[in-house]
Structures are given as C-alpha cells and as structure tokens.
Design a protein around this ligand. Structure first.
Ligand SMILES: Nc1ncnc2c1ncn2[C@@H]1O[C@H](COP(=O)(O)OP(=O)(O)OP(=O)(O)O)[C@@H](O)[C@H]1O
Ligand SMILES: [Mg+2]
Length: 289
C-alpha cells in the first residue's frame, strides 16, 4: 500500500450554479428523465446546447460535476492522476476520473467528458472501468483502489459527429454508452433562448432576434442546391445578439459572415443575410471600424 499522501478533492469545488440566461430546452428535460448511472453519449453539432444542458441539469438537481475537455494530447495521467512535488514532498493529485470516483462517495456526481472522441484509442481504454459501474478505480501508480459509489456516478460524454481530425470511439467503449442525438433546438426554443440573451444584454428589437434565428436555420439547410461549409450554431447567434447591444446590425452580421471560409460561400451567406435583413449589404471588403 502506498504511503504517498493524496491531495484532497473538495466537493465544494465541483458544485454547479445555474445560469440566469438559461432556458429549459429538450436536452435538459430529457437528461432529467433518463436513469442516472447509464453512461450517456450526447452527440450533436457544435454549439447546439450539450454542455449547457448538462451543466443546468447538474445545477438544478444538485449534482456535483467534474468537467474534462478531452484532446489528442490527453494522457492516462490526466485522467487517473500524477505525482506532484509540493516543497520537498511528493503528493498524488487525482485526475478527472479519479476525482469523479472519489466525489461519488459524497453524493451524485456527473463526470462530463467533453469531445470524448478526441481521445486516442489507447487512452479511451482508461474509461472502461468507470463505464462498467465498478465500485472502485484502480490507480496503477499508487497500486491502490479509489473507492466510489457507482450508484452516484454518471459518465456523460459529448461529441460532434464526423469531424476530421478526431478519432472515433473504440467499439468496446461505444458499446458501454447509450447514444443520445442532440438536434438543434426548435425555432421556438431558439427564439426563446435568444430573447433571454437579448434581454440580458439590453437588446430590445425583436426582429433582430427572430431574424438571427431565421438566418441560422437558413445556413443549416440547402439553398439553390448549395449548402454552406459552416452552419451557424445556437452559440453563434447568442454571441451575435449580445454583440448587437454594442454594434449596428450590419456589423454584427459581418462578424458572422466571416465564419465562411471562401469568397463564394461568403457571397452565398450575404445573399441569405440580405433576404432576412434587407438593410444588410455585405462585402468582404467591409470592415468594422
Ligand atoms: N438552453 C439554453 N439557454 C440559453 N442559452 C443556451 C442554451 N443552450 C445553449 N445556449 C447558448 O449556446 C452556447 C453553446 O451551447 P453549448 O456550449 O452547450 O454547446 P455544445 O453543444 O456543448 O457545443 P460544442 O459541441 O461546441 O461544445 C452557450 O454558451 C449558450 O450561450
Ligand atoms: Mg460543449
């Protein structure tokens, strides 16, 4: 048994507070209904509300949340922990999985693995014990098991489908998750979300809100046989509506237009924007100041 001291995990650091700009939408409601403990993979486009949905669910139900952003650089030590020096003394600091396991002894804990498909296939293997409902997590470096309460531990992962440069989940890991597709919000929900952000930012013109929602929805579809390489997300338009408190509308739309990578897409976007906001005439040469 190792005698190296382990740095304490304070549950207070993992309490989540609700965001006043949050609007209850499908994903939060759904997560509240499905059973805690079954590993769950939320799969949906960038900026459609996955992270916020889980955060709000944790806030409203009093769950602790350990949030970890997975990358290709993530190592097993980031998940299980590593030795650190404090003064002249060696301590062990838990990684995200170990923290979540330890916190489950205190109360319901959600381990959120953001962009889980960015993990290399080898590192993905580290997740298997947690998704198997084990009562403990073995830490090879310490040669000891961290105890936890599997009834109080929920692994929720997120991923954007089909992005180049990411790995796909190992079949053995995928088989441990229930996959929940997270679609874009409905138009009415997105308008409600934007109204909340607009009110928070002091934007009062409702036509900006409804127009941004229409424009975003237009960029997600095909028009004249063409689809854009970049579809505006809920995130994009919540940022835009907040920016509308500071900038004239054509400038706000210009910031969105520059998400389009090539000139042809820019022109296609400009036409879409013009049909929503007749006063907006975009060109690539326009500047903000
Ligand atoms: N229900 C909501 N109420 C209010 N704002 C919301 C809501 N859902 C999403 N948003 C806004 O959209 C932004 C993006 O949402 P979120 O971060 O949850 O997306 P995501 O699906 O996790 O995206 P990614 O895949 O890129 O991580 C939030 O920062 C917030 O501004
Ligand atoms: Mg996210």
């Amino acid at each position: 048994m190792s005698t190296i001291p382990i740095l304490a995990t304070d549950p207070n650091d993992f309490v989540v507070f609700s965001d006043p700009a949050y609007v209850e939408v499908g994903v939060t409601d759904f997560l509240g209904k499905i059973s805690f403990t079954v590993p769950t993979l939320l799969q949906g486009q960038k900026g459609c509300g996955k992270t916020e949905g889980v955060r709000q669910m944790c806030a409203s139900r009093g769950f602790l949340r350990v949030s970890f952003s997975c990358t290709e650089e993530t190592r097993v030590s980031d998940l299980l922990g590593s030795f650190i020096l404090i003064g002249n003394n060696v301590h062990y600091q838990y990684g995200a999985l170990a923290q979540a396991m330890a916190l489950s002894e205190y109360g319901p804990t959600v381990l959120v693995l953001e962009e889980v498909n960015a993990l290399t296939p080898q590192v993905q293997k580290t997740l298997n014990p947690l998704t198997d409902g084990e009562r403990g997590l073995y830490i090879p470096k310490l040669q000891r098991v961290i105890k936890g309460n599997p009834d109080h531990l929920w692994v929720v992962a997120t991923q954007n489908p089909g992005y180049a440069g990411t790995y796909s989940l190992n079949p053995d890991l995928k088989s441990r998750f229930q996959v929940i597709p997270v679609p874009y919000m409905t138009e009415a929900q997105e308008v409600a979300v934007l109204r909340r952000h607009a009110a928070d930012a002091g934007v009062t013109e409702d036509r900006i809100i409804t127009g941004l929602v229409r424009l975003a929805r237009d960029t997600r579809g095909v028009r004249d046989g063409k689809s854009l390489g970049y579809a505006l997300s809920t995130r994009d338009i919540t940022y835009a509506v907040r920016l509308a408190a500071k900038l004239p509308l054509p400038s706000v739309i210009l910031t969105l237009a520059h998400k389009m990578e090539d000139p042809e897409e820019f022109r296609d976007f400009a036409a879409r924007a013009k049909s929503v906001f007749s006063e907006v005439n975009l060109t690539q040469e326009k500047t903000l100041w």
